[in-house]
Design a binder for this molecule. Structure first.
Ligand SMILES: C[S@@+](CC[C@H](N)C(=O)[O-])C[C@H]1O[C@@H](n2cnc3c(N)ncnc32)[C@H](O)[C@@H]1O
Length: 286
């Protein structure tokens, strides 16, 4: 009798390069995620895993399936994403949020008789980022101010964790103790986000390649996401962000990401804690 696992293993050892390229283009067109020659092996490994799970021995058959099945496309996209995240990742961004963004935004809103702040965590992975933002807002927004956070990702598995809001001991190690006590419920095997914090956040499936339909975002976090895109996809996303954001608003990218050389109307802002971007429609209209 043929050992199916061994057979599949041998068949999948060498994936047809032509089809790997087709998958790479497909993934790029669908999500902006770019596989260069250097990280092509990641794509090949994820394709092998998917073929094994589906018990397929031929990458061509898988290609025929995926171009007709949007649900399978979602599964593949999920599998090629890197969902690494942490609570209060890049602490400087949260210090900037607390000491610079919130005070400026509050002053701006007050002048206009407004008291609501709309935040978008784009590429929120398993929720640590939007929950960290929510904790800082809860602590530092003045009374009578309200906030809503939209948190989105295209990884369905990450969104499940985010919506559940349950994290084991190791994953909450970066949460300040006072916040851990206040915003988490201790469970036998980990920590659960309390409902009042969770209720500030709406978790949505959203692919950043398409229009979000969001408007008037005051603070946009999109950290460690565009690093996986090529320049063209980055530019198009940043242009869409501009349209999505309110006239006076802040954009926070990842520590190693920047708009340098992109010729965008965003203003570069260096605070004592980190570098961020500002949209100021009043001073820079396009
Ligand atoms: C490395 S994680 C960053 C998580 C969090 N922002 C942080 O900095 O800790 C990148 C996230 O971006 C998401 N992502 C990548 N491409 C995306 C796209 N086209 N649309 C939506 N999310 C995307 C991935 O699924 C992943 O969860």
């Amino acid at each position: 009798m043929v050992n199916t696992t061994l057979y599949l293993h041998i068949m999948l050892e060498h994936l047809d390069a032509y089809y790997v390229n087709l998958f790479s283009t497909l993934i790029y067109n669908q999500s902006g995620i770019h596989f260069s020659k250097n990280n092509r092996s990641i794509l090949e490994n994820r394709l092998r895993e998917r073929l094994k799970t589906l018990k397929l021995d031929d990458i061509r058959t898988y290609y025929d399936i995926i171009i007709k099945d949007p649900e399978e496309m979602k599964v593949l996209l999920d599998s090629v994403t890197t969902n690494l995240t942490r609570f209060f990742r890049n602490k400087g961004h949260f210090q900037t949020l607390e000491h610079f963004v919130i005070p400026n935004m509050v002053a701006y809103k007050r002048e206009r008789g407004a008291n609501h702040i709309k935040v978008w965590s784009a590429g929120c992975a398993s929720g640590e980022e939007p929950y960290s933002i929510a904790m800082v807002l809860k602590e530092h927004l003045p009374l009578h101010f309200t906030a809503e956070i939209i948190a989105s990702d295209l990884s369905l598995t990450s969104l499940l964790i985010a919506r559940e809001g349950f994290y084991n001991e190791a994953r909450v190690s970066d949460v300040p103790l006072a916040y851990l006590r206040k915003y988490f419920e201790k469970k036998p095997d980990g920590y659960k986000i309390i409902d009042s914090l969770k209720n500030m956040i709406r978790f949505d499936y959203h692919n950043l390649k398409s229009e979000s339909g969001l408007k008037n975002i005051d603070i946009l976090f999109c950290r460690n996401v565009i690093i996986y895109f090529d320049e063209t996809a980055q530019k198009s996303l940043i242009n869409r962000f501009w349209e999505t954001m309110a006239g006076f608003s802040y954009l926070i990218l990842g520590h190693s990401e920047s708009l340098f050389g992109m010729n965008t109307p965003f203003e570069f802002v260096k605070t004592d804690w980190s570098c961020i971007y500002k949209k100021n429609k009043a001073s820079k209209d396009r």
